[in-house]
Design a protein around this ligand. Structure first.
Ligand code: NCD
Length: 306
C-alpha cells in the first residue's frame, strides 16, 4: 500500500485491501512478534465526536506495536473550545505525533486536514461521509467468516447518514459481491454513493423490506439510525424502531448468516440474537485491533512522497 493518508474507501484497490487483511491475519496469529515493530511511534488522537471502539482500538493497536498515543481529549477540554480552527489544531498535533486519527462532525474534514499536514491522516469518521478503517475491519470479519468473493450481503438501516455503509459499499465493489440495500425510502443511499457504485459496475439492489431478501444473504450488516445527523427530531421519531431484528426474524435466514453491526447498537438488534451463532458483531469490534495494527504498520512504514 502506498498512501500517505487514508481518507476514503475509494482510495483502496483490491490489492491494498488484501495486503492489509493479510498483514492483519499475520498479526492475529502471532501478536507478540509485532510488540516492538513501531516502538517510539506516537499516534495523535483528535476526536471531535464521541467514540468508544474506534478510539480505544487505535490506542490498543499502536501500543501493541510498541508505540504510544497523544490525545487531544474532548472538545470541551481542548483549545477548540477557545475557537481554534481544525487546520491549526492538526498543524500543532502534527508536531507531537507520527500519524493522526481524526473524527469530526463535518463531511470533508479529514480531507481538509490532510492538506495541512505531512504525517498520515486516518479518517475515523467525517460526518455522514466515510469511515474507511472501519471498512477494513468489516472486510476482515467478512473474509474470516464467509469469504468475500461470491458473497451476498444485506446492508440495512440508515444508509443515508451511515458513514460505515458508504465506505463498505465502495470497498465491496473490488470483489464479486451482490449488495442489497434495505432502508426506508427517506434513508436510501445518497445519490453520490449510488452513482459511484453504478459507475464501478457493482451488483446493487435496493429494498424497503428485509423479508424479500433475507434467505439469500450470507451477511446482514445492520446499522444504527444516526440520530445526531437528523435535521429534525420528529423525522427521527418516525423512523426509529423500524428495521429491527430479533431471533424470530432470523428464523427465515440461512443458518450460516453472519449478523454484523459497526456498533453502538441502540435497538436494531435484540439482545436475544447475541446468544445465536449469527452474532458476529463483538468479534467484528475485536478485529479492530489487528486490522488497525496492520493499517498503522503500512502507513508508518511508508516514506512520504513515495
Ligand atoms: C460508527 C461510526 O462512528 O460511524 N461507529 C464505529 O465507529 N464503530 C457507527 C455508528 O456510530 O453508528
Amino acid at each position: 500500500m502506498r498512501h500517505d493518508h487514508l481518507i476514503s474507501a475509494s482510495q483502496l484497490s483490491r490489492a491494498d485491501i488484501e495486503a492489509v487483511l493479510e498483514r492483519a491475519a499475520e498479526i492475529d496469529a502471532d501478536p507478540a512478534a509485532w510488540a516492538s515493530a513501531h516502538d517510539r511511534a506516537v499516534l495523535g488522537l483528535c476526536f471531535f465526536e464521541p467514540s468508544t471502539r474506534t478510539k480505544m482500538s487505535f490506542e490498543t493497536a499502536i501500543k501493541r506495536l510498541g508505540g504510544a498515543t497523544t490525545d487531544m481529549g474532548s472538545v470541551e477540554s481542548s483549545s477548540v473550545k477557545k475557537g481554534e480552527s481544525l487546520a491549526d489544531t492538526v498543524r500543532v498535533v502534527e508536531g507531537y505525533a507520527d500519524a493522526l486519527v481524526l473524527r469530526h462532525p463535518s463531511e470533508g474534514a479529514a480531507k481538509m486536514a490532510a492538506e495541512f499536514v505531512d504525517v498520515p491522516v486516518i479518517n475515523a469518521g467525517d460526518g455522514a461521509g466515510q469511515h474507511p478503517s472501519q471498512t477494513l475491519l468489516d472486510l476482515y470479519t467478512i473474509r474470516e467468516n464467509v469469504g468475500l468473493d461470491g458473497l451476498s450481503i444485506g446492508i440495512m438501516g440508515d444508509l443515508k447518514y451511515g458513514r460505515t455503509v458508504h465506505s463498505l459499499a465502495e470497498a465491496l465493489t473490488n470483489f464479486d459481491v451482490r449488495q442489497h440495500f434495505i432502508s426506508p425510502e427517506s434513508l436510501r443511499l445518497p445519490r453520490g454513493v449510488r452513482f459511484d457504485l453504478h459507475q464501478s459496475g457493482a451488483q446493487v439492489r435496493e429494498h424497503t423490506d428485509l423479508e424479500s431478501v433475507l434467505s439469500d444473504l450470507d451477511v446482514l450488516y445492520v446499522t444504527r439510525i444516526q440520530r445526531e445527523r437528523f435535521p429534525d427530531e420528529t423525522e427521527y421519531e418516525k423512523i426509529a424502531g423500524e428495521y429491527q431484528i430479533d431471533v424470530q426474524t432470523l428464523e427465515a435466514a440461512s443458518e450460516d448468516l453472519a449478523v454484523m453491526h459497526p456498533l453502538p447498537r441502540v435497538d436494531e438488534i435484540d439482545p436475544g440474537v447475541d446468544a445465536t451463532d449469527h452474532a458476529t458483531y463483538f468479534e467484528q469490534a475485536h478485529n479492530g485491533v489487528p486490522v488497525r495494527m496492520a493499517l498503522l504498520d503500512y502507513l508508518l512504514s511508508t516514506e512520504p512522497d513515495q
